[in-house]
Design a protein around this ligand. Structure first.
Ligand code: HEM
Length: 403
């Protein structure tokens, strides 16, 4: 297991509210300490757009083979981890999955994603108030990714529960408990997937797990265990973040720019712009890398083995890249240049899928409802997750106005 870095300790963002809206702190860091060394944890932090992008793109200097990370993973160098490795080996591993996520493959999935969205939205029709996180933002991505892989989507609650635990961040206080829960979830998830993988190897169908059972890596077929690992990675990656995106889209329409809902409804071609602006404006995340060799960069001496945290959420509000960066503006000409999907070799493989899911979800929703309003007495703090990062909504009750 990699050693753990605690972003919490670094950011001094203590309350859930502060973690949900870290944007004032981001600004303070961009202005006063854009390259900040946290001596306690021996970690560099960068906040400006160009620096963050450099960390992500320059894989020779900033490696994804890490001895420490704020997302701890097992350190055994298994071939199925496409994230914790660098080019050139990264390229072959990623190549195994890339086929499934091309725009062409996704177009084939579009009708199915539409049907899932239709079904979920039909279930909320006729209700006056609905929790959009529980009824749409959670079930849509988990159902889609389960179907893509070929795992029964009736098990979506199990899959969701396991990936929640695997993505659950560590905090200093809860470390031991969380580690134990994760080990248990990983075991249960693997035990669940094994027979599915074995069955698909015998009787391949048109899905990603079947493709993986037939794929070769470095001239060898993947073992069942390797297919299971790849699948867990995909099921998790395809899940939590897309839920966050769909939830945040609704939050932004209610609170960042009330009134935007009707503008979108009058012109559905604005949907993709809204999605990109939410990705830029309201996605407080970070990505880490390990310094590969002693070097002078960003005006400082960085030592081999030190970790650099690239605060993408802060880069997305850098005034030197985005005019009036603190304003929510779907008409911003370059909002898609946000770094929420990363950049460089590890650029999110699922980005086209996430965008498509959000687009279908929102377009389908908007056609059915004339407007949306916050639920009576809504107080965001009560709806944030208990996780140490605290940056995602576990529920978002909204009032619906029928079309
Ligand atoms: C990688 C974000 C949805 C699969 C990444 C990275 C980011 C990211 C920032 C790069 C990590 C790094 O550089 O170390 C997001 C966000 C999403 C999303 C914000 C939704 C809004 C998805 C979906 C899938 C997916 C739907 C589908 C399975 C992956 C995979 C990688 C990845 C496989 C690893 C790529 C590599 O290392 O080469 N994602 N992701 N993601 N994402 Fe996503």
């Amino acid at each position: 297991q990699t050693q753990t870095i605690f972003l919490q300790e670094m950011s001094k963002l203590k309350t859930k509210q502060a973690q949900w809206e870290p944007f004032a702190w981001y600004k303070e860091m961009r202005e006063n300490s854009p390259v900040f060394y946290d001596a306690g944890q021996n970690v560099w932090n960068v906040f400006l757009y160009d620096d963050v992008k450099r960390v992500l793109v320059d894989h020779r200097l900033f490696s994804n083979k890490k001895e420490r990370s704020f997302i701890p993973v097992p350190r055994d160098d298994n071939r199925t981890n496409i994230n914790f490795c660098d080019p050139p080996e990264h390229r072959t591993r990623r190549g195994l999955l890339a086929q499934a996520f091309t725009p062409r493959s996704l177009r084939e999935w579009e009708p199915r994603i539409q049907a899932i969205a239709d079904e979920l939205i039909a279930e909320i029709e006729g209700q006056a108030t609905v929790d959009i996180v529980q009824k749409l933002a959670i079930p849509l991505p988990v159902t889609v990714i389960a179907e893509l892989l070929g795992v029964p989507s009736r098990d979506r609650e199990l899959i969701k529960a396991w990936s929640d635990i695997l993505f659950y961040p560590y905090s200093k206080e809860t470390f031991g408990d969380v580690a134990e829960q994760k080990a248990q979830a990983l075991k249960e998830f693997s035990d669940y997937l094994y027979p599915i993988v074995q069955e698909k190897r015998k009787h391949p169908a048109d899905d990603i797990i079947s493709d993986l059972t037939r794929a070769t890596l470095e001239g060898e077929q993947l073992t069942d265990a390797e297919v299971v690992r790849f699948s867990i990675g995909l099921l998790g990656a395809g899940n939590e973040t897309t839920t966050m995106l769909i939830s945040n889209i609704f939050y932004s329409m209610l609170f960042d720019q009330p009134g935007i809902y009707r503008e979108i409804r009058a012109d559905l071609s604005l949907v993709p712009k809204l999605i990109e602006e939410v990705l830029r404006y309201r996605f407080p995340v970070a990505i880490d890398r390990q310094v590969a060799q002693d070097t002078t960069v960003f005006g400082h001496n960085l030592k081999k083995g030190q970790i650099v945290v690239a605060w993408t959420g802060a880069a997305n509000r850098d005034e030197s890249k985005f005019d009036h960066a603190e304003n929510f503006d779907i008409h911003r000409p370059n909002n898609q240049h946000h770094l929420t999907f990363g950049a460089g070799p590890h650029l999110c493989l699922g980005a086209p899928l996430a965008r498509m899911e959000a687009n279908i979800a929102l377009t389908t929703f908007v056609k059915r409802f004339a407007d949306i309003y916050p639920a009576e007495g809504f107080n965001v703090v009560e709806h944030l997750t208990d996780s140490a990062v605290g940056q995602s909504l576990k529920s978002l009750p909204i009032r619906l106005e029928k079309a």
